[in-house]
Design a protein around this ligand. Structure first.
Ligand code: FUL
Length: 488
């Protein structure tokens, strides 16, 4: 063995060099990804964006009084949801494809759904579970066994507590409750700071800076929602509809919690915005946020319209499904949610673009071996694999799909997704079928859905043109779908 080594050893430096050279040339062949365009989402914001649909649970004394804004004088004894089953809430959420549920731990009436140490206006004084109940805990437990995440809403406006109006003591009270909620119940993924407040409410300054710092200290992966972020912004309305132009970027310095007159800015965002602050669309499945006997859920067609106007415009849809006086989500709501999920699956489970013979683009970043070809828009990764044009390409950027069959393609929905991990870029785009323009729009973002106003189109060649963008456009996914529920 030693002898063999002796005759081979003069060759080893040469072999070594060859190995190094081949490694270097392999390295040289790999094309690097393009530079991002700032601002960028944080890790938690990216995770949040991919959820698409999340659920709100408005529940409390209003459920029993039939009101939307409680007065704060409600008797805790009225809160008695004898059949409360948080497992049923979370099962309903899972069947609807929801991965995060947000509960109103305290609404404007000040009644607490958990046994807070800092007030007795809570479940402690209600007959439910003989005053030993804790709705937050029951939700957290049910969610944990089903792998669903939890978020909490804690209303700053409190119509019950006598400290409200005295800045220091009320801010301390609010902060104490925040600490209870964020220390005791494990991981909380979103916290909702509602800017709403009655016109004649007592004057009060909230110490948002202290509150937000404390939240981040206690829960590092949490997203803070408010009119002004810092992680998620309100979309500016409660109809579940974003602007048809919708940037995740905005200037936070122009926003303030509870400030009137910024709704349009919130809805469209700002292409020059220095902050990544994506919008969330909150809307209720029923007319009210709380359950009322006389109300019923929205029709499927309305829910689908909301979906296209929120998820389809680069937003998250936060759909409120309020538990009733029994403490359950009503059967009619459960049924409507199932229809909603099944409709979304029916529409989007088939992507006709995948059956195309040819996918080509105006240009492609890197050489043959580079991983930025147009075929990337057809894989299952809608974030980190994407089509990238050449940086120095001067003409219009486009990507084109050609059907391989005589029948061609029949569709009425086009889905486009940007690789937002590298910044939101597309400002204007158009879609052509066999040379005829069938849709056009401005922003794309994480997901843009065009439900064709003209109904179903039929053709062989589909081209998406990017007319204007910040830097080169990076497209991570494209879908051509058929929506059988759409009858314009
Ligand atoms: C509003 C509140 O006043 C409503 O009652 C509801 O909670 C909604 C989500 O936010 O600002």
């Amino acid at each position: 063995m030693a002898k063999l080594w002796c005759c081979w050893w003069p060759l080893t430096p040469l072999l070594f060099q060859l190995l190094i050279n081949s490694a270097i040339s392999r390295l040289e062949q790999a094309t690097t990804p393009p530079l991002p365009i700032l601002p960028l989402p944080s890790f938690s914001q990216l995770k949040w964006q991919q959820r698409e649909l999340i659920m709100f649970l408005h529940f409390g004394v209003n459920t029993f009084t039939g009101s939307e804004w409680g007065t704060g004088h409600e008797d805790p004894a009225i809160f008695d949801p004898v059949g409360l089953d948080a497992n049923q809430w979370v099962d309903t959420a899972v069947e609807a494809g929801v991965s995060l549920v947000i509960l109103t731990a305290k609404h404007h009436d000040g009644f607490c759904l958990w046994p807070s140490n800092y007030t007795d206006h809570s479940v402690v004084r209600s007959p439910w579970r003989n005053g030993r109940g804790d709705v937050v805990q029951e939700l957290v437990d049910a969610a944990k066994t089903r792998g669903v995440d939890v978020g909490l809403y804690l209303s700053p406006w409190d119509r019950h507590d006598r400290r409200y109006g005295r800045d220091l003591v009320y801010n301390e009270y609010y902060l104490a409750q925040l600490q209870e909620l964020l220390k005791k119940y494990g991981s909380v993924r979103e916290i909702w700071f509602d800017g709403a407040k009655g016109a004649n409410a007592t004057n009060m300054t909230y110490y948002f800076t202290e509150w937000f710092s404390m939240v981040k200290e206690l829960q590092s992966s949490i997203n803070i929602f408010s009119d002004a972020g810092p992680d998620i912004r309100w979309v500016g309305d409660e109809n579940g509809s974003a602007g048809s132009t919708c940037w995740s970027t905005i200037n936070r310095s122009k926003l303030a919690i509870g400030k009137a007159g910024i709704e349009d800015y919130l809805s469209t965002g700002d292409p020059k915005g220095r902050d990544w602050l994506p919008p969330e669309c909150d809307v209720s499945i029923r007319p009210g946020w709380f359950w009322h006997k006389s109300e019923s859920p929205k029709k499927l067609s309305k829910l689908l319209e909301i979906y296209y106007n929120s998820v389809g415009r680069n937003c998250l849809l936060l759909l409120n499904v309020p538990p009733n006086t029994t403490g359950l989500i009503s059967e009619e709501d459960v049924k409507r949610l199932k229809e909603f999920r099944s409709a979304i699956d029916t529409i989007f489970s088939t992507n006709l673009a995948e059956s195309c013979l040819l996918v080509k683009a105006s240009s492609k970043r890197g050489g043959k071996e580079g991983g930025f070809g147009p075929e990337n828009v057809l894989d299952n990764d809608h974030l980190w694999t994407y089509w990238a044009p050449r940086d120095d390409y001067k003409g219009d950027h486009w990507i084109e799909f050609t059907s391989g069959t005589d029948e061609g393609l029949r569709f009425n929905v086009i889905r486009i997704q940007e690789a937002i991990g590298l910044g939101q870029r597309i400002k204007r785009h158009e879609i052509y079928v066999d040379g005829i323009r069938v849709a056009n729009g401005t922003t794309v973002g994480y997901k843009r859905l065009h439900r064709l106003e003209g109904g179903v189109v039929h053709g062989r060649v589909v081209r998406i043109r990017i007319i204007e963008s910040r830097g080169v456009p990076l497209i991570s996914s494209v879908g051509l779908h058929f929506d059988p529920y759409w009858h314009p």
